[in-house]
Design a protein around this ligand. Structure first.
Ligand SMILES: C[S@@+](CC[C@H](N)C(=O)[O-])C[C@H]1O[C@@H](n2cnc3c(N)ncnc32)[C@H](O)[C@@H]1O
Length: 234
């Protein structure tokens, strides 16, 4: 059950603190990673997008910005031979990642991506940011977070951005956690226009897979998302 409204809501760092272990379990079991509806027939789940991002990336150094409790995708990429890193604002999320995946303990760290990143210019081939800007005020996303992603990407590097789209705020009851949650919504055209001004271009549709362009999907909670890959020019 979803509803949208424009009032302020609790974007809830406390949710992630309290639910870090449960979040890691839900993520690692891919419980909320399957899409119930998508604009592209082959776009069935998170792994499809990740595989596409890997294929587009010019190299194998990656940053998962807002990697979540347990840092599932950092571990997946690292297991696949990638020089993978992840950051998340919530210390409990990083603690769980280090507990569950000791091999990547020094590759995950606490950082707020609404602030400048502590990584060098042009140091990553791939930046992933999935379902995170929904927790960051619009102004900071546009003024800091997205420009920082572009800064740390190498020329030719790929940004995978997934976010809940629409206007205002979405609140819903999340059955996997037994709680109501709230998310800020974004306008995909505004984001793309801003990224274009920073030197990024949308990766267009690949005819063999149908993946590319602006892709739309609905998650298991009934929330409408937008996802795309964009490449840094140069
Ligand atoms: C819905 S989860 C998504 C996690 C992961 N990207 C995934 O796709 O499973 C949102 C994550 O964003 C993190 N987050 C929210 N605001 C953040 C910020 N300003 N900086 C870094 N991480 C943030 C939360 O702690 C949480 O782990």
């Amino acid at each position: 059950m979803t509803d949208t409204h424009s009032t302020n809501a609790d974007f809830s760092p406390s949710f992630y603190r309290r639910k870090a272990r449960r979040y890691a379990q839900v993520a690692h079991d891919y419980l909320q990673s399957v899409y119930i509806d998508a604009s592209v027939s082959g776009l069935t789940d998170d792994l499809v997008l990740l595989t596409r991002a890997k294929g587009l990336s010019p190299g194998n150094r990656s940053l998962d910005a807002g990697c979540g409790a347990g840092a599932r995708d950092v571990f997946t990429l690292w297991s696949d031979g990638w020089d993978a890193y992840g950051v998340d604002a919530i210390p409990e999320n990083i603690e769980v990642a280090r507990e569950w995946h000791a091999e990547i303990a020094d590759r995950v760290s606490v950082a707020d991506i609404s602030q400048p990143l502590a990584f060098d210019d042009e140091s990553f081939d791939l930046v992933l940011c999935n379902a995170v800007i929904q927790h960051i005020p619009h102004r900071l996303t546009l003024d800091v977070t997205l420009p920082e992603f572009v800064r740390v990407l190498r020329p030719g590097g790929i940004l995978q951005l997934m976010f809940k789209h629409g206007k205002g705020t979405l609140t819903l009851f999340d059955p996997d956690y037994g709680e109501r949650r709230a998310f800020l919504l974004y306008n995909e055209r505004e984001i793309l226009s801003m990224l274009s001004g920073l030197g990024m271009e949308l990766v267009e549709v690949d005819n063999s897979t149908g993946l590319g362009g602006i892709m739309y999907l609905t998650d298991t909670k009934g929330a409408a998302h937008c996802a795309f890959h964009a490449r840094k020019r140069g």
